[in-house]
Design a protein around this ligand. Sequence first.
Ligand SMILES: [Zn+2]
Length: 243
Amino acid sequence: MSATIDSRRLTLVDLSDEEVEHQILHAGDLYPRTNADGQPLFDANGNVLLNEVERAEMTSKVEQKFAEIFDIMRIDRNDPNSTDTPFRLSRMWMNELFAGRYTAPPKVTVFPNRKDVDELVISKNIKIMSVCSHHWQPISGACSIGYVPRDKVIGLSKFTRIVEWFSRRGQIQEEMGEQIADFLVEMLDPIALGVIISSKHYCMIARGVEAQDTSVMITSVMRGDLVSNQALRNEFLQLIGEQ
Ligand SMILES: [Zn+2]
């Protein structure tokens, strides 16, 4: 397994940009699909439910590896500010920043749409706190969700839990919006659904192009009547303040 990774590391240096791009596109062909313990690997924004023993084991291994990184980067852990940092980092990644990779989906109760509500129901400015898969830097922003119910409605506070579950992973914003929309379509079968995310990407602010920290990325996912009905779409965008 390590031979596969090592050979890739060696060859990438000598490849043209096109060849590197090809290798990245076909990364699935180059890397193992299981880890050293034979456990299946999955996408950064995927999910698998861990029990408490598995979680404790993973957290402790992550802590050990962070300690190794400190040694490699020659950070002295006798420095009192760094002594427990591998411990803190492992807990932060497992229990907070990547929590949505290892926990069960939020319990969401669906209610009958008894009054035949057929107008937009909107929840605005739901907090997005995520991490970009490419650089492991924070993505911070807000999400607005609107839907026109068919037979089912849910409590608006549930949107927060659903967004939290999908955002606490390694993400790219485009896929995060699609994942949230897919989950809600599956659960509610709404007549229309829109998911708008607006957020700051710290991989663009702290590094790379070093954009202003006011620059934001906006993504929009529309489903059902919000795709076909322009008036409804305009109303939705106006109500959430994007138009
Ligand atoms: Zn990034």
